[in-house]
Write a protein that binds this ligand. Sequence first.
Ligand code: H79
Length: 423
Amino acid sequence: KGKEKNALNLVKAPEQDPKTAWWTGSRFGMFIHWGLYAIPAQGEWMMYAQKTPVREYEKLAGQFNPIAFDAKAWVKLAKDAGMRYIVITAKHHDGFAMFHSAADPFNIVDAAPFGRDPMLELAEACREEGIVLCFYYSHVIDWHHPHSLHKEHNNTWDYKLEEKRFAEYWEGKVKPQLRELLTGYGRVGLLWFDTAGGLSEEDSKDIVEHVRSLQPDCLMNSRVSHVMGMGDYVSKGDNEIGMSGEDRRPWETPMTLNQSWGYTTRDQIWKTADSLVRKLVNVIGKGGNLLLNVGPTPAGEIPELSAQRLREVGAWTHRNSEAIYGTEGSPFLGELQWGGITARTGRLYLHIFNDKWPKNGLRIFGIRNSVLRAYALADTERRELSFAQEYDEALNLHTLKLDLPPDPTDSYVSVIAIDLVGA
Ligand code: H79
């Protein structure tokens, strides 16, 4: 009855789907938007926005020579940030493959002076460091291919819509390139599809089956199709976090560090480390994953300001790893003003935003278990915080009153651990 209907017994966490468990447990990933569009440095939609003719755009490939690219350095940065998987644009809407492709010569090995396959180098570096490599692949929008067909965003300046034969694109480029990605780079953790506008249900199922037949454990995001319920997890809108309890399926927020995906010199509005840590807490407290983007330069480097932000966030994630990886979102519904909650079997983590620090303590409602002890995760001495538990029979409401230290115990967001015993 009443207010407690959403409170769970926290002694035992719900069972995980073994196929998605690595991913939901990872919580935090690195998104990388890297391609020819880094050269003009106006973001990955430039070709479409300027209606750049294909023959003109192709000239960028002739200039693309990112000799500063260092797969190990990128993977190390992801690790330093506390990210456990990497999703990189193998092919974005411009149609340029950032891997060696026999299916289309418009690729980094055959069309650029660079002559190396960066995806191969990343795959190796990821394997060495225990990071899961994943590919973004634009399966519907392709402004380079004469037969790609999307609901809205087509190349209509080079090609006539009525002359498009979608099957030539689908069978001739998309499926062969996915086969290349799923057979030439070892295990692929997931395929990140985007903007399925206009893709039929039949073709949606075709591509899912294609991927399954090549790597049965490779996950796919929901943007693979507009058919409800497809994919292994829900991709939220770009930069969208949503409300607590909104998604029953595993979900992920793709997020930018500034306001762009591809490298740009125009956009200099950067999120602070403080705001990034809070966004991470907001997402994981609601049970989601955060996929945070960087846009490397045409020389092949992650811009230093981005790298610095990620290292700042990483200092926090490393100190608080116990409250992040392998946790569940909050068992309680409702938005919290002061931060977020994560949980694992027998333990709750309160992530309290430092600028909302409740000097007079916190009240948490709906914990039916007895609390064993509470302490700040950052306190290596594990000094116990005092608390009291009350039960109001008339309201059927359990209240935990928790005393907090006078000041925050960590930078940005301070985590308090609460140990529970069985009810
Ligand atoms: O890869 C990133 C974007 O390029 C891609 N998804 C993320 C992860 C994306 N594809 N489509 N969209 C985002 C939505 C399209 C928005 C548009 Fe526009 C509005 C296209 C034209 C007007 C944004 C604003 C792009 C150009 C101007």
